[in-house]
Design a protein. Sequence first.
Length: 256
Amino acid sequence: MPKSLSIRDLQPQLAANRRYWTGLAGAGNADDPSAGLPIYRTGIAHLLMNGVLRVRDVPLDDAVTEARQRLDGSVWAWWVGADSAEGTAEGLMARGADQIMTLPIMALDLHGTAMDEAPGSDLRFRTVTEAAEMAEYVATFAAPMGIATDLDLVTERELGFGGLDVIRRAAVIDGRIVGTCTLSLGTDVAALYCIATTPDLRRRGIATALTLDALRIARNSGRRIATLQSSSEGRPVYRRIGFETVSHYRLFAFGA
C-alpha cells in the first residue's frame, strides 16, 4: 500500500468514490482501464444513488446517449470531478443538463491527526452486519440523507455490499442506533459515507465521535489518507476534526 500519499493526491480519492458507488450498485470494477464511463444504478429514488461517475476516452454525445438509456426511469446525477475529461461540465450544459449541486471533497492525513477524544459515557460503537440491524442502520441515515422511500431496497443493497472492505459503524445509546458511518476500505485511501445522526440527538457530538471511531479503524488498517464528500451541514464538523477541502464535485442532471 502506498505510504507517500498526501491529501492533495486526488486520483486515489476519486477512485475510492467510484469504488463505493459502483460496489453499492453491484456494478463491478469501476477502475478497470476500460471503464471510461462508469455508470451505476441502485434503483433507489435518490440523486446520489444512480448516476455517471466520470467520462473519459468516450465521445460525450455517445456517453450522454448511453447514460440516458441505462438510467432511464431512475433519479440520477452526473458527477464531474478531476477524473473527468476536460470540458465535460460545459459539454453537459450545452446538451441540456443543469448543475444541481456542488460537493466539496475533503481529506485528512490520518498520521497527523489526534483521535483521542473520548465519546460520551452513554455512547457505544458497534459494527453492523446482520439483516435486522441493517434495517435500523438504514432507517437512521435515510431521513438525514433525504431518502424517503425504498428503505427495504436500500437495506438489500447495503447487505449485498459487504465483506472486509466495507465497515458500517453504528453509534448506540441504550440499545438504539443513533448514528451511522460507513467506512469503505476497497482502495488505498479510506472513504467515509452515510455519516448521520438521528434528528432528535443532533448537536451532542455523536457525528464527531463516530467519525473519529471510523478514522481510528482506517489508520489501524494502514491507510494514510481519509476522504469524504461533505454536505454544508457536516463541513464544520469535519473541519474541526482536521479535514481540508481539496477539490469539488459538480453534479448535473438532465430534465425529462
